[in-house]
Design a protein around this ligand. Structure first.
Ligand code: AR6
Length: 172
């Protein structure tokens, strides 16, 4: 069981599943969502359409099409509204439900972007702490997932996730 932090582009990661920081329509957008749809090709949008959207904190799965990843797990994280609107719980749900769905589909390796810390404005340090806690707890419940990687797009994000990982201590 391992949790890793790297800097990179998640569309190039060859994990069994990559997670998409989507919106509730599941019909694409900017940021990592736009990059994933571009790299996967138009079949991804065609696969998302019949899913009928997704509630914040929940997760849905599609094939990865042209991506090196076998599956894409789509989860809308919360939009930051100051912190007292259940954002932390919703972000925790996004990570745990995505991990559970990967596990149910027999995935061994899963890659996450930094959900909600772009357009959705979730403060980075707080998001990294929620993400790391959700994934390390969620991994204990998994039967097939053994390896989770946080793929950070910039150095500031990578540093925040490394600090969050270090705070868990050597036991993790
Ligand atoms: N690989 C890894 N991380 C990336 C990539 C990439 N290729 N591209 C961007 N990021 P955001 P959100 C990072 O805004 O805040 C979309 O329009 C980015 O630098 O993509 O959850 C959706 O449709 C940041 O650290 O997602 C929704 O409407 C992180 O991914 C909305 O944005 C998340 O930034 C979701 O907003």
């Amino acid at each position: 069981m391992a949790v890793n932090v790297i800097m990179g582009d998640i569309t190039r990661v060859k994990a069994d599943a990559i997670v998409n920081a989507a919106n509730t329509s599941l019909l694409g957008g900017g940021g990592v969502d736009g990059a994933i749809h571009r790299a996967a090709g138009p079949e991804l949008l065609a696969a998302c359409r019949p899913l009928g959207g997704c509630r914040t904190g929940e997760a849905k799965i599609t094939p990865g099409f042209k991506l090196p990843a076998r599956y894409v797990i789509h989860t809308p994280g919360p939009i930051w509204r100051g912190g007292d609107r259940g954002e932390a719980q919703l972000l925790d749900n996004s990570y745990r439900n995505s991990l559970r769905l990967a596990d149910e589909n027999g995935c061994e390796t899963v890659a996450f972007p930094s959900i909600s810390t772009g357009v959705y404005g979730y403060p980075l340090e707080q998001a990294a702490a929620v993400a790391m806690n959700a994934v390390t707890c969620g991994l204990r419940e998994c039967r097939s997932v053994r390896d989770v990687t946080f793929v950070c797009f910039d150095a500031r994000t990578e540093a925040a996730y490394r600090r969050a990982l270090a705070r868990l201590g050597p036991a993790e």
